[in-house]
Design a protein around this ligand. Structure first.
Ligand SMILES: CC(C)(COP(=O)(O)OP(=O)(O)OC[C@H]1O[C@@H](n2cnc3c(N)ncnc32)[C@H](O)[C@@H]1OP(=O)(O)O)[C@@H](O)C(=O)NCCC(=O)NCCS
Length: 188
């Protein structure tokens, strides 16, 4: 039998750690949350106010308490620098299925391996702690970096919502991708 104390925390990767979202994270969130280059990847570019974010943190806290959703801060392992946020939402209990999301807020921190590492941590938490069977995400067709990261981790493209997203005067397709617990276990 594996000695559980010898196993690594699923909340810690090679570069990042996932930790709870706190009220005190508000200032760090507001620093880059409205940076267009990052928000365009998420699809929602309408700037968010401090009040909206405060409400989001409060709502996250309530959802975590009732097991309806889990949001985490992504921070660097060594210096605990705030990098962004990620979460598991839209939980369908009976199917053990949910939707994940991730954002590294400051574009200067993109392409440094943080997003890949944080997504792997989030999936470990989802599959090995919260016992999900399947995790899903949506990604805009133009978000090539995110698609590359998700495919590298093992997500499969399972559907396409045609012209489902409108931005900059144009409709864009939205991919749906998913990964099953056993697929993740085989790969990581
Ligand atoms: C998408 C996101 C989470 C990825 O995290 P990241 O830390 O930037 O990504 P990583 O450094 O871990 O990996 C980037 C990979 O994409 C590759 N990449 C970068 N730009 C690319 C592009 N235009 N096309 C294809 N691949 C690209 C890199 O070469 C690297 O691949 P490799 O590890 O095989 O060499 C991050 O960029 C982000 O938060 N973006 C803004 C919000 C967002 O789009 N969230 C996702 C919504 S679905």
């Amino acid at each position: 039998m594996t000695d559980i104390y010898q196993t690594k925390s699923p909340f810690e990767g090679e570069k990042v750690r996932l930790r709870p979202l706190e009220k005190s994270d508000l200032d760090d969130i507001m620093k880059h949350w409205n940076t267009y280059e990052s928000r365009v990847g998420l699809g929602t570019v309408i700037p968010m106010s401090t009040m909206m974010e405060e409400e989001f943190i409060q709502h996250s806290h309530e959802k975590a308490k009732s097991g309806k959703g889990f949001n985490f801060v992504i921070e660097t392992l060594e210096t605990k620098e705030f990098l962004g946020t990620c979460g598991i939402e839209d939980i369908m209990q009976e199917n053990r299925s949910a939707v994940i999301g991730i954002s590294i807020h400051n574009p200067k921190n993109h392409n440094k391996g943080y997003g890949t590492d944080a997504t792997i941590c989030l999936l470990k938490v989802g599959f090995m702690v919260l016992n999900f069977h399947r995790l899903e995400l949506m990604v805009m067709d133009y978000n090539k970096r995110a698609i590359h990261v998700y495919e590298k981790i093992g997500f499969k493209e399972i559907g396409l919502k045609r012209e489902a997203h409108f931005l900059q005067g144009k409709y864009h397709d939205v991919y749906i991708m998913d990964i099953l617990a056993k697929e993740f276990e085989d790969l990581h």
